[in-house]
Design a protein around this ligand. Structure first.
Ligand code: GRE
Ligand code: ZN
Length: 327
């Protein structure tokens, strides 16, 4: 279909690429690097060729989240958000932006979010999993009380928050020791990010802020398949759930979460996600430059679904969620 809108579409800048090197075999790095740095050339040609009208761009993972020094994180986020705004201004009909946020300092994250939405015209925030802070790189997850004012602001601004993956911190990665092949998009990204999303659901965040909209990629990092069991394990024991949320977590997953197809071009997984959340909560994405636009688009365009659902997932759900206007 024409007019597709993608929401998990990354860019990088040359002086901030240190952490992307190593995510692909060394002989593939030159190719990945040129994909990440490009916005208006090859990316736009591929979008034209495969029916993508727009990308809402985000800084590649882990980005700001792996800067342990808060002032550096704040300064870097401002600089890279300004860069993104300049690039978007060249083709606002084709590119929009997500804010990168210095979650190391919740007050600064609020200020930067307000600046990005109010002044730069960004459409939401994309954060790459937990944030590291301080010399011993404490891993901060966003269910912590210190983030409640941030979530109140997200809700007040009415813009979506994309919880993008990153690898677990070394102290939580023991199970991967000697098994580095499991890191990244193979497995560790999904497991880490699904756990973070469950922490948010279980914290009571969505009781306090019922209008928050959280996006997850990769068709929900396995959660559509697993969420029922999260609520229902050992139901005969009638033990009350040991989390702080008022309702079953599947309720929040269905109401507050939106899933994208990024990097998970597998029809049975899409059908499971649609069955759990409904076609209003599923949105097309590619995960360029880590996955191919042609593969994502050719798959999505040919999946056996109603044309009404394809239009929603490919385009109109994003127009509504991000207040993009248009038909
Ligand atoms: C992604 O965004 O999906 C991604 C990364 C880094 C490595 C691989 C990958 O951010 O798929
Ligand atoms: Zn991604």
């Amino acid at each position: 279909m024409d007019g597709k809108i993608g929401l998990e579409e990354h860019f990088g800048v040359a002086d901030f690429l240190h952490d992307s090197e190593g995510v692909v075999p060394a002989d593939r790095w030159p190719e990945l690097k040129s994909r990440i740095l490009d916005i208006h050339d090859r990316r736009l040609r591929l979008m034209d060729a495969f029916g993508m009208e727009m990308m809402i761009l985000s800084l590649t993972s882990p980005g700001i989240q792996e800067i342990p020094d808060a002032p550096t994180a704040i300064e870097t986020a401002r600089r890279l958000n300004d860069y993104l705004a300049e690039e978007i201004a060249k083709r606002p009909d084709r590119f929009q932006g997500f804010a990168a946020l210095p979650m190391q300092d919740p007050d600064a994250a609020c200020l930067e979010l307000e600046r990005c939405i109010g002044t730069l015209g960004f459409r939401g925030a994309l954060v790459n999993g937990f944030t590291e802070l301080g010399e011993n790189r404490e891993a901060l997850y966003y269910d912590l009380p210190r983030y409640r004012p941030f979530w109140a602001l997200m809700e007040r601004l009415g813009v979506p928050f994309y919880l993008h993956p990153r690898n677990p911190s070394p102290r939580n990665a023991g199970v991967y020791e000697g098994q580095e092949w499991l890191m990244g998009p193979t497995w560790a990204f999904g497991s880490e990010t699904a756990t973070h999303a469950l922490r948010l659901m279980g914290s009571g965040l969505f009781d306090e802020h019922p209008n928050l909209a959280i996006l997850m990629g990769h068709l929900g990092e396995g959660l559509p398949y697993s969420i029922w069991r999260v609520d229902n394990h050992n139901a005969w024991a009638k033990a009350p759930p040991k989390h702080k949320a008022k309702r079953g977590l599947r309720d929040y997953f269905q109401e507050n979460f939106y899933l994208t197809t990024s990097g998970n071009f597998h029809t049975p997984s899409l059908m499971c996600a649609m069955a759990e959340l409904g076609s209003d909560h599923i949105l097309f994405s590619t995960d360029w430059p880590f996955e191919n636009i042609d593969q994502a688009a050719l798959w999505f365009d040919s999946v056996d679904m109603s044309e009404a659902d394809r239009r929603k997932i490919g385009r109109t759900n994003a127009q509504k969620l991000f207040k993009l206007g248009g038909d």
